[in-house]
Design a protein around this ligand. Structure first.
Ligand code: ADP
Ligand code: MG
Length: 411
């Protein structure tokens, strides 16, 4: 279906009656059905990316569903919208219902991945965060992270799903229309690369992030709005309005390594403090307590309203935060808002972000930079930092992008 039109299910029933013998007639009908499916698959070969079927993997998908995600209706949404769509498209899948937090992470960490053509999650972004980190904790992480990943939105934070829909060139939709669109794209089975960002906190192992890193206003809204999850994706709008009323300043030090056009020039690996961990080594980061290399930019201000690093286009279903981001541009889109912005101006920014027009508002307090690595040192002893919408340990951190490390089913 062409872009600009929302995707809807239309049922067409064809009947074949060319032969007298019912068995022979059925054989003939099945031949036609196969021909139509093969024809549809051939058309997809003409486009960019790789088809799932080209990856010489088993075709069965593991579909991990978080029944608690969003308004708690993921299983109903699966039954009403997804099950039949996948079956009709010939996408064989095994349903796995998660029982608790980190269940999916443990499952994919131990799974025999040779059995699975793809790992698809039906939830919000949080469940994919678990799956990606589970894959990168494996001793065979290099192979494991090449497993195609898919997402069907049933959460309250469906930023990656909205990004995939956006990359397909379709006009914005939300909730169940977004789910149907992502189901359709999943059936097409086109696989693209996806950047991941490794994040070092002051203690604990590295995390891998596919979406966002936030501190200040955005992180506070994300976590405070958990209590409005019964309203679904609208929770962020409600949370933004509540937070605006108690707008505050966050103090800290921010620095980044600008992204140059020349990606072929990779800096020498193993300057990092990565020990014998799973996952790729970081090549741009020094230990957190060491001084930054001279090619980093240190932001002069120390008073912020927010810091937001994005590596996909959408921050939420209706927030197009990084309009020109693609899944594998190898870029961290860093935004920060300097202190001194009025409530009205900040609200205007978020309203403009619905259409990705916030940069065009020429707000003097908003800064955007394309970077490959960053370091943040918040000064206040307490606060909230989120990675892909999940709370992580608060404190100094640094991050580096790994271009195209994962595989994403984008349609
Ligand atoms: P939402 O967008 O609705 O918040 P997420 O996918 O982000 O949906 O999931 C929210 C949290 O729930 C994540 O931290 C995830 O790890 C966790 N989770 C996954 N499965 C379950 C489950 N069965 N019960 C409770 N929490 C779960
Ligand atoms: Mg990106």
């Amino acid at each position: 279906m062409s872009s600009g039109v929302s995707r809807q299910r239309a049922e067409q029933c064809f009947r074949l009656s060319s032969l007298q013998d019912p068995r022979a007639n059925l054989d003939e009908a099945e031949k036609w059905a196969r021909a139509v499916q093969e024809r549809a698959a051939r058309q997809q070969y003409l486009r960019d990316g790789m088809l799932m079927s080209e990856l010489s993997r088993p075709s069965r998908m593991m579909l991990l569903v978080n029944p608690q995600s969003g308004k708690g209706q993921a299983l109903t949404l699966y039954n009403n919208h997804i099950q039949r769509m996948l079956n009709e498209a010939g996408v064989t899948h095994t349903l796995v219902i998660t029982e608790r937090q980190n269940h999916a992470r443990e499952l994919v960490k131990e799974a025999d991945l040779s059995q699975w053509g793809a790992l698809v999650i039906m939830s919000g972004d949080g469940l994919l965060f678990e799956v990606i980190n589970g894959l990168l904790e494996r001793p065979d992480w290099e192979e494991a992270i090449r497993t195609p990943l898919g997402i069907l939105p049933s959460g309250s934070g469906n930023a990656l799903a909205a990004s995939i829909h956006h990359y397909s060139g379709s006009s914005p939709v939300s909730s169940e229309e977004l789910l149907v669109s992502c189901g359709f794209l999943l059936c097409q089975g086109l696989v693209a690369r996806m950047d991941l960002v490794s994040i070092h906190l002051s203690t604990g192992p590295r995390l891998f992030s596919f979406l966002s890193l936030a501190w200040g206003f955005v992180a506070d809204v994300d976590i405070e709005s958990e209590k409005y999850r019964h309203v679904g994706a609208a929770r962020f709008t409600v949370g933004t309005l509540v937070r605006l009323a108690s707008l505050r300043v966050y103090k800290g030090k921010l620095a980044y390594l600008p992204a140059t056009e020349d990606y072929s020039k990779e800096s020498t690996p193993s300057r990092s403090d990565t020990k014998a961990l799973a996952g790729p080594p970081d090549s741009l980061l020094l230990p957190l307590d060491q001084q930054l290399p001279s090619d980093w930019v240190v932001v002069q201000e120390e008073d912020f309203v927010l810091m937001l690093a994005m590596y996909q286009s959408h921050l939420a279903e209706d927030l197009l935060a990084a309009p020109d981001a693609t899944s594998d541009d190898g870029v961290i889109h860093l935004f920060y808002v300097r202190a001194g912005i009025s409530r009205a101006a900040l609200l205007k920014l978020f309203l403009a972000m619905e259409k990705g027009a916030h940069l065009a508002t020429n707000c003097q307090h908003l800064v955007h930079a394309k970077v490959r690595a960053l370091r943040l040192q918040p000064y206040s002893p307490k606060g909230i930092i989120t990675v892909d919408g999940e709370v992580v340990e608060y404190g100094p951190l640094q991050a580096e992008v790994h271009r195209g490390l994962a595989r994403l089913i984008t349609g």
